[in-house]
Design a protein around this ligand. Structure first.
Ligand SMILES: NC(=O)c1ccc[n+]([C@@H]2O[C@H](COP(=O)([O-])OP(=O)(O)OC[C@H]3O[C@@H](n4cnc5c(N)ncnc54)[C@H](OP(=O)(O)O)[C@@H]3O)[C@@H](O)[C@H]2O)c1
Length: 243
């Protein structure tokens, strides 16, 4: 069995993205980190960059919307490592800024839910047996202030837009609470964490986005909680966020 703590991160296809920096920060804390993405070439290239920094990184192909892909990743991790300590559901998409509920299509909204809600849900359902084998199994659902009532800039009541994305992240927070009760007796804790508005796309700094290492730290905090830490919460920068 793997002796180091083992973390799996979904949605690591861009060097500028949060997943890449979360992987770096965890590996710097002596975790072995499996980074995963849909695109084989991209994830192998990104793994090589982190390996060049001397970090313990394993690339893996994984599409969170596919039962087949998630099943194969589970089988490979079970075979090679026998357990999993941390699952970070970082993959997310379908940011529909400026689109209101009356104008958004169900087609787009279904795709947002397929990734942001059902993708994370599928990952949890499949990987719980490996997380149960950890002494301190932790799941982090990377959520967003866009799915909360309390975020004054992008939250649910701030503006009538970012419809599909915001509602899918709200649902992800609800799923987190439901799963927390069921996972607690299994010794697995689950929280939703928001990175805050983070500059993962060029030009967003001018709108107030913060550096990627700062956003990633908010997720790494939730991924490295002690065994008596919270479960079923929604956090940013280690502080509870109101829904
Ligand atoms: N940046 C922010 O300000 C901010 C704020 C709040 C929350 N978040 C959340 O933080 C997470 C990371 O976002 P980011 O800003 O770092 O953007 P990003 O680089 O675009 O990250 C999203 C990742 O999800 C992947 N993905 C999409 N669908 C997938 C699927 N079916 N299977 C596997 N991977 C899939 C994308 O890969 P492909 O290249 O294959 O599409 C991409 O690597 C997201 O959940 C986002 O909602 C970000």
């Amino acid at each position: 069995m793997e002796t180091k703590k083992l973390a799996l991160i979904t949605g690591v296809s861009r060097q500028e993205g949060l997943g890449f920096e979360i992987a770096r920060q965890l590996a710097e804390q002596d975790y072995k980190v499996i980074i995963s993405a849909r695109d084989t070439a991209k994830v192998i290239r990104l793994a090589a960059r982190l390996q060049d920094e001397g970090l313990d990184i394993v690339p893996m192909v994984l599409d969170i919307t596919s039962d087949d892909s998630v099943g194969k990743a589970f089988a490979e991790i079970a075979h090679r490592f026998e357990k999993l300590d941390v699952l970070i559901n970082n993959a997310g998409a379908w940011y529909d800024a400026g689109v209101s509920p009356l104008s958004q299509t169900f087609d787009y909204t279904e795709q947002a839910f397929e990734t942001n809600l059902f993708g994370a849900w599928r990952m949890v359902k499949v990987f719980v047996p490996l997380l149960e084998k950890s002494e301190n199994g932790i799941i982090v659902n990377v959520s967003s202030g866009a799915g909360s009532f309390s975020d004054p800039q992008t939250g649910l009541v701030a503006k009538g837009d970012t419809t599909a994305y915001g509602i899918s992240k709200l649902a992800l927070n609800g799923l987190t609470v439901k799963l927390a009760s069921e996972l607690k007796p299994k010794g697995v804790r689950i929280n939703a964490a928001c990175p805050g508005f983070t500059a993962t796309y060029e030009g967003t700094e001018q709108w107030g986005a913060r550096p990627v290492p700062d956003g990633a730290r908010s997720i790494v905090w939730a991924a490295t909680l002690p065994a008596d830490g919270p479960t079923g919460g929604f956090f940013r920068d280690g502080k509870r966020l109101d829904w």
